[in-house]
Design a protein around this ligand. Structure first.
Ligand code: PLP
Length: 373
């Protein structure tokens, strides 16, 4: 059988009873939409972050859409972010009518190069969306400094960084709001789609609640400003409540998978060979993805396929080079680090329930392929 980077079935086998009980709880509750499970999850996810407010939404993309709208971003505004991200970050900025503006990423941790932020700000800039990519945080002190100097909103894209910490602060608690995805592969994953926005600001919380509910107050059937239907599903919320109690253990599981890779592969690490992920000082990594880098990436992946190992690239095409965003006029060569990375990175299997024998198979195959290059 072909080895893939992610599989939820080992977790499902471990947690089946609890997950099915979650479904039973909702089906038997008498309320299928915005009921006790969504309310409970929102309170518990906010508390897990030491915050008072969390609004459950239908997915991570709409968490960014609603987050931006709640922070006052609209048509024509510029939003500074990165091109080395999952396309939905940028799709969400586009969806509110705003114009994405990209800064390059750093060579060492592949995250937003905050030294480039200041130069990207114009009179039309309204917000910054730092992406805590692969499971570790952007240098938020630098982001917040630029935001404060120019009066910009900060929406953290936390879709890959549940529980990641930066100088003691948790992803999602540093900016004006934090947008989360609970897509099944994520560090906290549902059994379907889900998302949330956390904030410490009660007005942002109220705006988000209206925006996810057509633009109405939940108890009052009048729309002042049209919104969306972006509610978190009650069944997914109950599953997420159960899984939130295990989030620390999931993160610990990911860290031990990462340590095993590190121990088994660090002797191969070299600037012109295999480059392993680096945790930036001050960061606590949650290893959503284990992204390595090799100058002959395509050949390595092809050889691994012959060992029945199919690996992913996250992401093979920088967003600014995609047809849907070429109208932004960001030419090839404008983001050199981002563009170089896209040709060299690939991801090793990473999830907390990754069977050790499977991980060993990947390590052995990778060592063999690299030795034979
Ligand atoms: C997964 C992801 C999203 C989108 O989340 P969905 O729930 O799939 O809509 C946004 N940004 C990043 C960085 C992601 O990884």
């Amino acid at each position: 059988m072909t080895t893939r980077v992610w599989d939820y079935l080992p977790e499902y086998r471990n947690e089946r009873e609890d997950l099915l009980d979650a479904v039973e709880t909702v089906f038997g509750s008498g309320q299928l939409v915005l009921g006790a499970s969504v309310r409970g999850f929102e309170a518990e996810f906010a508390a897990w972050h030491g915050l008072d407010h969390c609004v459950g939404v239908d997915n991570g993309t709409n968490a960014i859409v609603l987050g931006l709208e709640a922070l006052g971003v609209g048509p024509g505004d510029e939003v500074v972010t990165v091109s080395n991200t999952a396309a939905p970050t940028v799709v969400a900025i586009d969806a509110v009518g705003a114009v994405p503006v990209f800064v390059d990423v750093r060579e060492d941790d592949y995250l937003m190069d905050t030294d480039l932020l200041e130069a990207a700000v114009t009179d039309r800039t309204r917000a910054i969306v730092p992406v805590h990519l692969y499971g570790q945080c952007v240098d938020m002190d630098a982001v917040l400094r630029v935001a404060r100097d120019h009066g910009l909103a900060v929406l953290e894209d936390c879709a890959q960084a549940h529980g990641a910490r930066h100088r003691g602060r948790t992803a999602g608690t540093m900016g004006d709001a934090g947008a989360f995805s609970f897509y099944p592969t994520k560090v906290l994953g549902a059994y379907g789609d889900g998302g949330a926005v956390v904030t410490r600001d009660p007005d942002t919380d109220r705006a988000l609640r209206r925006l996810r509910y057509y633009g109405m107050e939940e108890t009052y059937y009048v729309v002042d400003t049209p919104g969306h239907n972006s509610r978190l599903d009650e069944v997914q919320a109950e599953i997420l409540r159960r899984k939130l109690t295990r989030l620390d253990a999931y993160i610990e599981g990911r860290r031990s998978v990462a340590r095993r890779y590190e121990e088994a592969l660090s002797d191969l690490a070299a600037p012109d060979g295999l480059v392993l992920p680096r945790t930036t000082p001050g960061n606590e990594h949650v290893h959503y993805l284990y992204v390595v880098r090799h100058p002959r990436r395509d050949l390595v992946l092809k050889e691994l396929l012959r060992h029945d190992i199919a690996l992913n690239i996250s992401y093979p095409w920088p967003v600014h080079t995609m047809k849907g965003f070429r109208h932004l006029g960001v030419g090839e060569g404008a983001l050199p680090v981002t563009e170089r990375l896209a040709g060299e990175i690939f991801s090793l299997p990473m999830y907390p329930s990754l069977p050790p024998d499977l991980q060993d198979r990947v390590i052995e195959a990778l060592r063999e392929v690299l030795a034979g290059l």
